[in-house]
Design a binder for this molecule. Structure first.
Ligand code: IMP
Length: 428
């Protein structure tokens, strides 16, 4: 019985979908456990590119069962659209996708609230994806949430909506002076999805635990990433869930005892979308070069990503927090465009060197990176399929990261195509 978690070691967009796709050839189940359609996972198969927001990336592998776990927040409209779009492209989805009845639903008033709040915050905004993620999780914790299973009982649904909307409408009317939601309208909107979603609803935690007891293999696909974790990330510039390893257990309904491998994914450099501290951010031509070569524009929002050098203190801290057993480095080929590569190996705060990754958020805002320079390799590496194929400068780069992070490499991506990767099987 083995469950493997794939999670990000920075601020998201590390290429987790890509890594999951490579590992999915060895597994029976792929499960999303946190976040919602704020995620954007890209998988390329030959000429085809799949951009997935809610559906786990395992769906592109025939025969793999995919689950959307209890820890995910589901926008029903987006789910239906995404499933229909995948099916139009010839993938069998509804027979292989299961949605947990405990998962919470993102409602139209969550999206409206997300947007009003960001505008009201002004310069202190979080830079959310505007998908209603935070307000949906707030309602979950406040016990005002509407769950997937509620769409099967109109009476219960309306009672719950009445309670939720009493407060929401008061906020809209008195604070933001705009929308007003009627229980009957919201309920009938939601019920339009019942027939489509209904057959996919399941107790996915039980399904996964039974699979694990039957010695089947389960891959848990993280959305967002460690530095966006609501507890451990750069709060308040974080998402509202726990993309870290503990969240994988809670959000998929399996036991921590089932976890065997934790794969931490980092780009060969760093990116961030949204606001908040990013010590290695580049504002010069180098940043522009990496952004354009790496096509660093958000899959979900199309926003231009902030770009910087690899931030090792952050990555090492994230690796330790998640207890990673393996590391994957993505987009190594992007650094082929760079003559001299920098890696942040520490920080200075107010002129003094600090050890490790600061707990104090103010320190992180003032942290100045201390860099180590490594020579670039300046040649095409997209053809490399074994570590030994890489030019020696690239081998030194990945070897340095591997040694610093303290976990063996299981994958290096060297190009956007599915086969443009050096994959070392981890035996799941
Ligand atoms: P939210 O998750 O939409 O509430 O956004 C909170 C923060 O997390 C913002 O900075 C977003 O840009 C960031 N974020 C959320 N999901 C992702 C993701 O999948 N990739 C990168 N950043 C994300």
């Amino acid at each position: 019985m083995t469950a493997t978690v794939v999670l990000g070691l920075a601020w998201g967009d590390e290429g987790k979908g890509r890594v999951c796709d490579a590992l999915a050839s060895d597994v029976d189940y792929v499960s999303r456990y946190s976040g919602g359609n704020n995620a954007g996972h890209t998988v390329r198969v030959g000429e085809e590119e799949f951009k997935l927001h809610l559906v786990p990336s395992g769906i592109v592998r025939e025969g793999v069962v995919c689950t959307i776990g209890n820890g995910v927040v589901v926008n029903p409209e987006v789910l239906v659209e995404e499933v229909e779009a995948l099916e139009k492209r010839g993938l069998g989805v509804r027979d292989r996708l299961k949605v947990d009845g405990r998962a919470h639903l993102i409602m139209p008033y969550h999206i409206a609230l997300d947007s009003h709040r960001e505008i009201a915050l002004g310069d202190a905004r979080i830079g959310t994806t505007n998908r209603g993620i935070g307000p949906a999780y707030e309602d979950k914790v406040a016990r005002y949430g509407i769950r997937v299973q509620d769409i099967f009982d109109e009476g219960i649904l309306k009672t719950k909506l009445k309670a939720a909307l009493r407060e929401k409408n008061a906020i809209f009317e008195n604070v933001y002076g705009e929308e007003h939601y009627e229980v009957a309208d919201v309920a009938s909107w939601l019920l339009t999805f019942r027939d489509f979603i209904g057959p996919m609803v399941a107790d996915t935690g039980t399904l996964l635990r039974e699979a694990l007891e039957n010695r089947e293999r389960v891959l848990l696909e993280g959305g967002q990433a460690t530095l966006l974790d609501n507890d451990h990330g750069t709060y308040p510039f974080v998402t509202s869930s726990n993309p870290t390893v503990g969240g994988a257990v809670v959000g998929s309904g399996i036991s921590a005892r089932h976890l065997e491998y934790v794969v931490g994914v980092t780009k060969a450099y760093t990116t961030r979308v949204g606001d908040g501290p990013m010590p290695t951010e580049l504002f010069d031509e180098m940043g522009e070069t990496i952004r354009s070569v790496g096509r660093e524009y958000g899959t979900t929002t199309g926003r231009s990503r902030r770009v910087g050098w690899l931030d090792l203190p952050a990555v090492k801290w994230a690796a330790s927090l998640n207890g990673i057993t393996h590391v994957a480095i993505t987009l190594l080929d992007v650094l082929s465009a760079v003559d001299e590569i920098k890696i942040c190996v520490g920080y200075e705060v107010d002129g003094a060197r600090v050890e490790g990754y600061p707990m104090n958020q103010t320190d992180l805002h003032h942290a100045k990176p201390v860099y180590k320079s490594l020579p670039g390799w300046g040649e095409d590496i997209t053809w490399c399929r074994m570590r030994g194929d890489l030019p020696s400068a690239a081998q030194d780069f990945v070897g340095f990261v591997e040694a610093e992070v303290g976990a063996p490499l299981c994958m290096i991506s060297v190009g956007p195509e599915r086969d443009q990767a050096i994959v070392e099987r981890i035996g799941i």
